[in-house]
Design a binder for this molecule. Structure first.
Ligand SMILES: Nc1ncnc2c1ncn2[C@@H]1O[C@H](COP(=O)(O)OP(=O)(O)O)[C@@H](O)[C@H]1O
Ligand SMILES: [Mg+2]
Length: 323
């Protein structure tokens, strides 16, 4: 193996879990690289939660193996293992009689970290997640909104600074606006950027926004594993194709870059206005449309393109690029 590719943080081989005669996780093999964001996607009941719980031994498999950092998880005590892996569960799961600060500090306390260090870390995380400690630290979970509780759940999972974080529908209980805000925070949080994350969702646009790679599951089996655009543009089978059908156009605008539509633009001879917003060719069509809407203009400049283009020209080019 070349020195440039570090060993995977998670290596799963032939992992199987049965309930009765049915394999709900069926002979799965895959790896997760350091710092990667892997999103498990699929219909309800396809085995996402079960797979996530097999990774940190909340559930024991019937066959196959999970290695974390090159070590079989069966060689590690489940409690020790789980302290090194942050886990955000589907129903948030805050302790109702603990304050916000106490909830966040649970794992660092278990690990015997110094109280002053834990307190500083808790304050810092709460601030970063838009829950100023001065106001929120002493509150009880019941006094918070659903979105605020989810933020506390995320802070708790990150408190001990685990290199791996597993998240099960972390934004699942939220209304669409709070959900979008949480996703933005997720993408901007430096804490998470460095970490290896395995995140479960059944929300297709969410998967496309957050994933380096998507694992699309059905009946406990991998239908396709790859970068979002690969699943969209080169589906491995009919299940994959159908799964993205309803969101296809929106997803295409998200994965299609300006560089890809540029060859299809019919430029005219009109001079470009100097104040047209400029975008790099690597920007997505969706980003370009958002910038145009924000700027309240019809003109867009792409670096290296011969001249500015109009919204109409852009949309016509997208139509041609998509055939
Ligand atoms: N403890 C259990 N006993 C029996 N069946 C289970 C148990 N946990 C999950 N299942 C079944 O396994 C399948 C996968 O469940 P789950 O992993 O929770 O799916 P998902 O998270 O993708 O919605 C479902 O059919 C579910 O009913
Ligand atoms: Mg689930």
């Amino acid at each position: 193996m070349p020195a440039s590719s570090p060993p995977p943080v998670v290596r799963v081989s032939h992992l199987t879990k049965r309930y009765g005669p049915r394999a709900v996780v069926d002979d799965l093999s895959f790896e997760v690289a350091a710092g990667e964001k892997l999103v498990l996607l699929g219909p309800s009941g396809c085995g996402k939660t079960t797979l996530l719980k097999l990774l940190n031994r909340l559930i024991e498999p019937d066959g196959g193996a999970v290695e974390i950092n090159g070590r079989d998880v069966r060689q590690q005590a489940p409690e020790a293992l789980r302290r090194g892996i942050g886990y955000v569960i589907q129903q948030v799961g805050l302790l109702p009689h603990y304050t916000v600060a106490e909830n966040v500090a649970v794992v660092p306390r278990l690990l015997g970290r110094p109280a002053a260090e834990t307190s500083a870390r808790t304050t810092e995380l709460l601030e970063r997640l838009h829950l100023p400690a001065a106001r929120f630290a002493a509150m009880l979970p019941a006094q918070l909104s659903g979105g605020q509780q989810q933020r506390v759940g995320l802070a708790r999972a990150l408190a001990a600074d685990p290199p791996i974080v597993l998240m099960d529908e972390p934004f699942g209980a939220l209304d669409p606006i709070t959900r979008a805000a949480m996703r933005r925070d997720f993408l901007e949080l430096d804490e998470l950027r460095r970490k290896t994350v395995v995140l479960v969702t059944h929300d297709v646009p969410e998967a496309f926004e957050l994933a380096d790679r998507i694992m699309l599951l059905n009946n406990g089996q991998i239908q396709q594993l790859g970068p979002p655009r690969e699943l969209l543009l080169a589906p491995a089978n009919d299940f994959v194709r159908r799964f993205f059908q309803a969101d296809r156009l929106a997803l295409q605008l998200r994965v299609l870059t300006l560089a890809e539509v540029l060859p299809f633009v019919a430029f005219d001879r009109k001079p470009a206005p100097g104040d047209a917003p400029a975008l790099p060719p690597t920007a997505s069509v969706q980003t370009a449309l958002a910038r145009l809407a924000e700027a309240g203009t019809d003109f867009l400049r792409i670096a290296n393109a011969p001249q500015a283009l109009t919204l109409g020209q852009l949309l016509a080019a997208v139509g041609r690029a998509l055939g």
